[in-house]
Design a protein around this ligand. Structure first.
Ligand code: TNX
Length: 721
């Protein structure tokens, strides 16, 4: 007994010595490689050249049984990566992987179980061939599979495929499998497709079949509060009409549009009904809805028309998340109860830096609404342009909206929205229950306006419109009465265009050092004297900022009933009660939350660590040339905690919502805007909507790949219209 214990201890000791967590293989000596039994690699991008990490894992680590690559960001398992690495027993692939190269795992015949991540789109010829010990294979996405890619897996007993569309195969992809001894699990609604698909056919006919809960049952983003399945199905052809009260005319139209896209929909033919109802008793949340699918029809009940609309968006997702642009013909019967975790789930876009045509704004809204994102924040002015018509100040758009150049991109970036166009757009967005919130910056990020009307800044200096990114020191002058007259007129006109309950006043990055423009200005000094501000140095300038904001906020509240919003900066020593502050700076979220709590204000979370969708999503991804942006991966966005660890009471009383920002200095085309937005905006939508208990990264990741494919196709079709 004793010797047994001793040898176990020795064994454990040797294990701990040979289990390694490293960045790249270079970190290990030859001896360490020879002894390693378990390696976890965390390299950001494993090099694949001469004597690559893979070559070393394959040829220099004969005792290696466990290889965990889940922390790597590799897109490719290169050709021959682990060719006949007989020593391996367990392999975890990175969830960034897109391609498994030719013969990459050929004859890795000690591995019994393998999961192909949802991100993989291609498994090359003979990639997994000869993995003779493999008993269970799970394919999470829909990878195309080459010749003999899975040939000779003689011990294989179980294949689970999640895709509702059979992954494309060659006739010999599965050559040499014992298909009669295999259990094949595919989504229920896809059984016929698998039976008919090249490569899958023989396997399907011979194997014993199992089906997963229908795959469309788990493809909803943001994931609903609760979802339970019954055992039946509803054939969508059964639905003959939409029934709704007059207050839901708009939602009825949307419902018709969704049904019109169903190939099986024959108006008036089926006996079933898609019923839309208002029901205030569901929940206290104005956005709460329930959705019930029975074999005879569908009922969506919502507290408000908005809530009913969200129910429709859920329905549309259930019908569209197969890879093609066709809608699925039937649904599992089920019951959903759903309501959002936060009130405002917004995306901010920046037509100031690079103009975004109205048609693209419309497409953007339609897509946002699908994910129950309910506010579009328009950053309409900045140092580089003024983009909204103001009738009292025509120079703003005549001169301030025309510019060539954004950093090193010599683009012509002209354009603005007329009030008429904007009014129409706001109404369009309202039909999708998206509120359009305008932002006019003050006192910084206003160079375009100052260029058009120099009396807006201290000493009426003439400054050119900015063509580069960064922070300008030129500010609106709080000691100049014209500034108040100007802002008063601008906000009056804006209030007539934007019915939104909110208005965003900017407030960020007002010079570096902050607010210093005001230190040597006569008018600012006079104002300081009038206000009894004793010090003329920079340390008291924040009080001028407070004065400027308070005057504007007062007008906005009393004349237009608006709730002001602004970007949180530490210069805001006192956040006016009832306002909404945006926590955006890396590392300052907790400070912003405390400031909001102390001042009776609300807070939107858009911390740079999770929500800056203008940053690249992976190392080396677009925008490759930028001002030094950190990487914000999909997973980082998903991991946003809206309560930021501050608990229930903060969430109930101060948290207002979440925002994703798409600053456009490095987003030169509308396609790029979509590329930067998705799928991260889906992750943000789920963080802002779904309860914590329902959120799981691997599950989200899998759902998001289906959504991304559907969105990609929609985008291609929309763009070609
Ligand atoms: C900081 S975020 C800014 C923007 C820039 C952005 C670039 C914020 C409130 N201000 O003016 O466009 O960084 O990521």
């Amino acid at each position: 007994m004793k010797t047994h214990l001793l040898s176990s201890l020795l064994f454990l000791f040797s294990l701990s010595l040979s289990a390694q967590t490293i960045g790249t293989m270079q970190e290990l000596s030859a001896q360490q490689k020879a002894a390693a039994t378990s390696i976890t690699l965390r390299g950001v991008q494993l090099p694949t050249g001469w004597n690559s990490d893979f070559r070393q894992l394959r040829d220099c680590c004969p005792r290696l049984t466990e290889l965990n690559l889940s922390g790597c960001r590799n897109r490719e398992l290169p050709t021959n990566a682990l060719f006949s690495a007989h020593h391996l027993r367990r392999l975890v692939l990175p969830d960034s992987l897109e391609r498994i190269g030719k013969a990459a795992l050929y004859a890795c015949d000690g591995i019994e179980e393998l999961v192909i991540p949802a991100s993989v789109v291609r498994i090359d010829d003979s990639a997994l061939a000869g993995m003779r010990a493999l008993r269970r294979l799970t394919i999470l996405g829909c990878p195309e599979m080459g010749e003999m890619a899975l040939a000779g897996l003689t011990d294989l007993r179980e294949i689970v495929v999640q895709s509702p569309i059979p992954p494309r195969c060659a006739a010999n992809t599965f050559a040499g499998l014992q298909s009669q001894q295999i259990q094949l699990t595919v989504p229920r609604s896809a059984r016929r497709a698998y039976r008919q698909a090249e490569g899958w056919r023989t396997l399907f006919i011979n194997a014993s079949k199992k089906h997963t809960q229908d795959v469309d049952s788990v493809q909803i983003i943001p994931i609903p509060q609760s979802l339970t399945y019954d055992d039946g199905r509803l054939e969508m052809a059964q639905i003959g009409k939409v029934v709704a009260c007059d207050a839901l005319n708009n939602e009825r139209d949307h419902a018709q549009t969704i049904l019109n896209r169903l190939s099986t929909w024959r108006p008036g033919k089926g006996k079933g009904i898609l019923q839309l109802e208002l029901d205030a008793t569901i929940s206290a949340s104005p956005e709460a809805y329930t959705l019930q699918v029975t074999p005879n029809g569908i009922v969506i009940r919502g507290v408000t028309p908005t809530a009913v609309f969200w129910g429709l968006m859920t329905l549309e997702q259930m019908l569209t998340t197969s890879c093609a642009n066709t809608l699925t013909a039937s649904l599992p019967t089920l019951h959903i109860e759903d309501a959002p975790r936060t009130q405002l789930r917004e995306l901010m876009i920046d037509p100031a830096r690079i103009f975004i045509p109205l048609a693209e704004l419309r497409l953007f809204v339609v897509e946002m609404a699908r994910y129950k994102l309910n506010a579009l924040h328009l950053h309409l002015v900045d140092d580089q342009a003024w983009r909204i018509e103001i009738k009292a100040y025509p120079r703003l758009t005549e001169i301030g909206s025309k510019r060539t150049g954004m950093d090193d991109m010599p683009l012509d970036i002209s354009g603005y929205y007329t009030q008429e166009e904007m009014r129409e757009f706001v109404q369009f967005a309202a039909r999708y229950h998206v509120e359009v919130i305008p932002e006019i910056e003050m006192p910084g990020h206003e160079v375009a306006a100052i260029h058009c009307y120099p009396q807006l800044t201290c000493g009426a200096r003439e400054v050119p419109i900015r063509t580069t990114c960064g922070v300008s020191n030129e500010l609106l002058c709080p000691g100049e009465e014209f500034v108040y007259e100007f802002l008063g007129n601008v906000f009056r006109e804006l209030s007539e265009v934007f019915p939104s309950r909110y208005i965003h006043l900017g407030g960020d990055e007002a010079g570096n050092p902050a607010l210093d423009c005001w230190t040597h200005c006569e008018k600012c000094e006079a104002l300081k004297a009038k206000l009894g501000i004793p010090l003329s140095d920079r340390s008291e300038n924040w009080r001028l900022q407070e004065y400027l904001f308070n005057r504007v906020i007062d007008t906005l509240r009393t004349c237009y009933g608006k709730t002001p919003m602004f970007w949180y900066e530490t210069d805001f020593k006192r956040i006016p009660e009832g306002c909404i502050t945006f926590a955006w700076r890396h590392g300052l979220t907790a400070a912003a939350i405390r400031a909001a709590q102390e001042n009776g204000a609300h807070i939107m979370l858009c911390p740079g660590e999770h929500c800056y969708l203008d940053y690249p999503a992976a190392p080396g991804d677009m925008p490759e040339v930028n001002w030094g942006m950190p990487v914000t991966s999909l997973e980082q966005t998903y991991r946003l905690d809206p309560s930021w660890g501050f608990g229930e009471s903060f969430e109930q009383h101060h948290l207002f919502g979440v925002a994703g920002t798409l600053w456009s200095e490095c987003i030169p085309t509308p396609e790029r805007l979509f590329y930067m937005t998705y799928p991260r905006a889906m992750a943000l939508a789920e963080a802002g909507w779904s309860p914590k208990s329902r959120r799981q990264w691997p599950d989200f990741q899998q759902r998001s790949t289906f959504h991304l494919r559907a969105l990609f196709i929609r985008r291609l079709l929309d763009a070609s219209r």
